[in-house]
Design a binder for this molecule. Sequence first.
Ligand code: XMP
Length: 540
Amino acid sequence: MITSNNKIIINNNCCDTYRILVIDFGSQYTQLLLRRIRELGVYSETYSFWNADISKISNFNPNGIILSGGPHSIVNNSYPNIPNALFTLGIPILGICLGMQIMAYKLGGTVKNIVLQREFGCSEIMLLSDNVLIKDIYDYIDDDTGYPIIDVWMSHGDVVTVVPDGFNIVGVNKNQQVAIMINEDKNLYGIQFHPEVTHTKKGKNILERFIKEICCCVSSWQINNITKDIINKISITVGKTDQVLLAFSGGVDSLVTAILLHHAIGRRFICIFIDNGLLLDNSISNRVYDFCIKHYNFNIIRISAEKRFLDALIGITNPEEKRKIIGRVFTEIFSEQISNLVSIKWLAQGTIYSDVIESGMSFSVFKNVIKSHHNVGGFTGIKNIHLLEPIKYLFKDEVRNIGLNLGLPYDIVYSYPFPGPGLAVRILGEVKKEYCEILRKADSIFFEELHRHDWYKKVSQAFAVFLPVYSVGIQGDQRKYKWVIVLRAVETTDFMTANWVQFSYDFLCIVSNRIVNEVEGVSRVVYDISSKPPATIEWE
Ligand code: XMP
């Protein structure tokens, strides 16, 4: 499909015959929910509630709909509205937390605020009767009552006090408040807890019940099918003669995009790799670049543009402004290159689904607080060139699995992520060449020691950060004021939450000594012991 701004959307609808739509009310767990559904082998997408009109939903043709949680309250009347017609489409609907409350309210039930009985954290639900959604799913039987109990995770200040006509109360919490309400005839289900978080131990089973038994979906969203399907779609979309230009950042996403193109259209594509001077010596971009030249002999135009980027960043301290400037200069350089390549009809990008969601282009009510990703939408509207985004609907873990499926080495596919704006978001405040050089050296030492001490593969992401503050140190007999380096290392599966890594003191001591002794300009090394949330993984 070609849209008005020349965008090509490759819908992955061969292996997604079965599909679930998540209507997002601004929940911080929406991405997690989508991933859980896809882990069950069923394709899922999310539309923000304000973007979810009936015709759009019908076009998506979901087998089931999930209404997400969210930060709003029905009670103060600022709740996100959805069309009533949603409930008469005949499509099974599962409302989660706020999603259940909205369902109850819209169908004539009552929702009230419960100041003194709010629940944030673990809770227990007593199952009062059987239903296909929860049949035989429980954690234990309560000795006193004989009722099955499930351990769940809740986060709510409102409850449904009166369920709409036709609904049964199937589960209650310890305060006898509605925790599960079901209208079996209409296939409408509401749960007050979050099945997508791991603290709800049986959450995945409940989601599976809804998706497979109630919505009758079959697992067809499998890496093998997805890979073949995307290759097939690219070759049909691009045709037999057109040339493609790939914006090649050198990350896993653009590497996988390049390999998919290679399988789909052979050598009819050129990669442009812009070295913005904000890369690391060991960063994935440089390794991927070498790998592609050596193993695939890809046609890669490498443009060294360090000065142009650093000049554009002079005096800029705001992180989002830095990101935007880098995105702009990137687009400018790219456009210049494209104008030199007259035969190019397509511009391919390795945009992935979390880039789209986090850039707030479509979905989240939290869009203002999430970092912008410069590869989303950056090149739209270039005359006579269509944008091709073959992995736009995939999450990172799916992209990695496709990479492995295509035979890429594990070490490259599982390299630490490196942000598009590179060192600019690891140098706090203004970016200077001198700072980049110090940071590169410090990072290389950290990287070497992680490998030497067998930590590299145990850690999800690790890097050094440059703090532009002078701290006193002693060299010889002299007090000298020099810069501070922060070491950051996290363990995470989805990069949405992360724990800091508990290295041994000996290891930290080795890295710190080496950096202070070997990197001119550094007097102090500190280790970041903040988890995400509340901190983020990057410092800016
Ligand atoms: P945060 O800092 O948001 O990072 O916890 C989560 C993951 O995203 C990466 N990251 C970025 N990647 N452009 C990118 O391409 C960015 O602006 C950006 N900011 C953060 C970060 O390295 C981590 O893996």
